[in-house]
Design a protein around this ligand. Structure first.
Ligand SMILES: Nc1ncnc2c1ncn2[C@@H]1O[C@H](COP(=O)(O)OP(=O)(O)OP(=O)(O)O)[C@@H](O)[C@H]1O
Length: 303
């Protein structure tokens, strides 16, 4: 296992930021660590990168204990912290050389050129970091995290503050890096996970509330049918349709539109047509969509 976390708890004073968190990540996986603000993502990442100690539980990275073998963990892990701390006055190459010295890399010149190439920084090496766009600053942060060829990369909200074009580029870069490296990345945006990850671990208020591969979560997704009738219908009546879980009267829309949520993979549109026929209603429009992962995330992390 690349990362193994077992019943880790962390307190800040009285506050429990992590509550018996357990998960394991196999070599080669790209895993999204998803949760709303304050869920405990950064705290977990700081524990894995040895910057913070847990109060209870055990965590290992590449088989090394994060408390007992900190040096070994640091050697085998690349970390891009939230807010990507860089030295704005340094030139890109100068900064990477400085980091390589800190890491005590041998043959650092060759390795620096490799990471510059890998992260698409070639045309920007002669620039000062402060002159770079946010997207290119993230590339420098990634290049820095990759310098010592870590087996595991930990990226804390790597795409925060990027514009849509930069977002696409950094996501592609992370996917590319993920072909050779195990990645755990945190975010509070579900689409982000869909764009980059094979698997998602959802954390809320310090507890893991879901941990699965995206392909499984997608196949479990329920369906939502939005239907417009020619007449007002009591939601209670709509709840009698077979397998309806929830009825929402979309009162803000013009017309009589209702959203019906079904917990089944079977296409339920014909049941809605039958309902309209039996109740002498006409269907003016009908729209079926699968419950997306965004909805699932909202449900799992609501107050
Ligand atoms: N140094 C600290 N001292 C006290 N409380 C802290 C400290 N760091 C984090 N916390 C609290 O612990 C909880 C978890 O915080 P953490 O930063 O790990 O969450 P997060 O999921 O990374 O959030 P965000 O997405 O906002 O970065 C929050 O309630 C936060 O206020």
């Amino acid at each position: 296992m690349s990362i193994e976390v077992s019943k880790v708890s962390k307190y800040y004073g009285q506050q429990k930021a992590l509550d018996e968190v357990s998960f394991s990540i196999k070599a080669g996986e790209i895993v999204g660590f998803l949760g709303p603000n304050g869920a405990g993502k950064s705290t977990m990442m700081r524990i894995l990168t040895t910057y913070l100690n847990a109060n209870e539980g055990k965590a290992t990275v590449n088989g090394h204990d994060v408390v007992e073998e900190q040096r070994e963990v640091q050697k085998s892990i690349g970390y891009l912290p939230e807010n990507n701390p860089l030295y704005p006055d340094m030139y890109v190459k100068e900064y990477l050389s400085f980091s390589a010295d800190v890491f005590k890399l041998t043959d650092s010149k060759k390795r620096i050129d490799e990471v510059i190439e890998e992260t698409g920084l070639t045309s920007h090496v002669g620039k000062k970091i402060q002159e770079l766009s946010k997207g290119y600053k993230q590339r420098v942060g990634l290049a820095n995290a990759l310098l010592h060829e870590p087996k595991v990369l930990i990226l804390d909200e790597p795409t925060t503050g990027l514009d849509p074009n930069q977002l696409v580029e950094i996501r592609q870069l992370i996917r590319k890096v993920g072909q050779k490296t195990t990645i755990l990345l945190s975010t509070h945006i579900m689409q982000e996970v869909e764009a980059m990850c094979d698997r998602v671990i959802i954390i809320n208020k310090g507890k893991i509330v879901a941990d699965d591969y995206l392909k499984n979560l997608k196949s479990d997704a329920a369906q939502i049918i939005e239907v417009e009738f020619d007449y007002k219908v009591e939601p209670e009546l709509l709840k009698r349709i077979d397998r309806v879980r929830e009825v929402t009267d979309l009162v803000n829309s013009p017309g009589f539109i209702y959203s019906l949520r079904f917990e089944t993979k079977e296409d339920m549109r014909s049941a809605v047509f039958d309902f309209a026929h039996d109740n002498e209603l006409k269907i003016l429009s009908l729209n079926k969509r699968n419950k997306n992962l965004e909805t699932m995330f909202t449900e799992l992390t609501k107050e």
